[in-house]
Structures are given as structure tokens and as C-alpha cells.
Design a protein around this ligand. Sequence first.
Ligand code: ADP
Ligand code: MG
Length: 319
Amino acid sequence: MGEFELIRRYFAAAACARAGGEVALGIGDDCALLVLPAGEQLAVSTDTLVAGVHFPDSCDPYLLGQRALAVSTSDLAGMGATPIGFTLALTLPTADSSWLCEFARGLDAMAAGCSMRLIGGDTTRGPLSMTLTVFGRVPAGQALLRSGAQPGDLLCVGGALGDAAGALPIVLGERESDTVEAAALLRRYWTPQPQLALGRALRGKATAALDISDGLLADCAHIAAASRVSLCIEQSSVPLSKVLLGFAGAEQALQCGLTGGDDYLLAFTLPAEALPALLDEGWPIHVIGHVTSGEGVQLLDAGGNAIGVGPRGYNHFES
Ligand code: ADP
Ligand code: MG
């Protein structure tokens, strides 16, 4: 199977590769053509996933396809953008039909859930890796930036944290478990659901936002730095799922929730007046702290006292 046959069979023929919406021209020419509605800006983000670094060398290609697109699309959610499409630059050691078929099926499944279209890419031979570039649209001036948090704002997250990090030992083959709990955590690792609708609902309301990919503390530090404020997180308010607490135990679950990566949920700051209406609309918003003047991230215990978070991150478990 040559390069062009491979592209045609597995990617150009995929359901998610059909033109439509803002995609005037998809796969097959030198460039895709996108049409942006008047008054909207193009949101663009790129992520590379390398085998052995970002995912295990041997993993289920269907899940990998889903995860690769979810992780990339989550950046659009973090900006409050509406997905348009994505490109896929794929480097493969061999053209294995069943691998490609499953990988493309996984991409297709996530693309359907996220209203994403595959608009082009590149296919090369080499060690397995993939670069996905996602394109979205957002009304001019309404994108959710990291830089607008104000002292007095609430700090919120879009769901229970740490589940994917809790699954990591299983993903890496360091722990075996075939319990219902393990399966639930593995789903959170392999098929994160980008919070696109929440991102859109936060436009014009959140003062700063991002998607949590590197862990709550690390990503909140990005908002703090960009906004030149301090973010205070109440440790006891960090939402942790019952599944994670049961699987990992309270201490490890908290560690996962604070520093584990791969959540792909939104963290954002919000004036307190904006919260009731959003809660009434049913959004899964958890208030975990607030914004003050100053710099960096402060983790607070139940009494409001700071728990050490140095430049190296959370060190609650260091003696
Ligand atoms: P060019 O040589 O002009 O860069 P290619 O021969 O690499 O074009 O690709 C032909 C067409 O197939 C282009 O439209 C490109 O975007 C698309 N394409 C190539 N690889 C992929 C892929 N992995 N997924 C989706 N589309 C792809
Ligand atoms: Mg090319």
C-alpha cells in the first residue's frame, strides 16, 4: 500500500473527512480552505504525541485515535472556541492495515462527538508519532485568555480532577486491575471529553481560563503568571471522584487531583456575581478557591493556612 492509497483508504474516506460547515475544501489538494463567519477569529493549536513519551509503545489504536483528537481539541475548549477541523501529520513505522483502520475509527468517533472535521495532514515513515493541529472559531474579542483574572474572582474547575492520573499506573503496566473502578478511570485517561460547551458558556463571563493538561497546580500557575495575580486553592474543595478515592486512597487521590496531568477539564476565574446563573444552567462548576493580588499559587488547608507549594510544585508529601 503506497502513501496515497493509505491516505485515501483510511483518512480521506473517513466520515470525519467530509467537507461541510466552515470547511469549503478538505483533503486532496495542496491546502484545505476554511471559511470564517464575519466577526469571528480563527483559534489554532498544535500538539505532538510521541510513542513511548506521550503514550505507551503498544496501545489500542482505536483508543489512541480518540485520545489524540480529544487532547488537541481540549485547547479549543480552553479558549471558548467552536471546533472547525484538524490536520493530522502522522509518522508510522509501517503501514499496518488493522492498526490504521482502528486508529482512524477512533479519530472518527471523537471527531463526531466534538463536531470536528479532518481537513488534511501529512504521512511519513519513521518512529510512531502524530501532530494534530486544531482549528476553531470564536467571536472576535471573546476568546477566553489566561490573562484576565482579577483579585476577588472565584477560581473554579469543570469537574472532578485526577481520574486520568489515577489510571496512569495501569496504562503504564505498573499495576494490574480489571475492576469496574479501574475501567472507569481508564476511560477518563483514554477518552477525555473536551469541555467545549462549557467553554462557550463561559465566554463573556470567565475572566481567565485554560484546559488542565499538566495538573491543577501547574496550570493554575499559568493563569496566575499571565494575569499577574495569586490563585488560592482550598485543598478540601478540590473535587475528587468516589471512584478515584476508592481506587487510589485519599492521599494518593489528592496528589493526582493536584499534580496529576491529563484531566482535560477547564479551570477558570469568574466574578462571584456570574456564578449563580451558570449553576442554574446546570454547568458542572466547582469553586475551589479565589484570586488575590500577589503572585503564584497558594494551597490552603481547612484553616486557611498555606501548605507549601514551591517552584517544584506540590510538596505536601515531603517531610
Ligand atoms: P503535498 O505533497 O501537497 O503536501 P500530500 O501528498 O502530502 O500533499 O497529501 C495529499 C493530500 O492528502 C493533502 O490534501 C493532505 O492534506 C492530505 N493528507 C496527507 N496525509 C494525511 C493524513 N494523515 N490525514 C489526513 N489527510 C492527509
Ligand atoms: Mg506532503
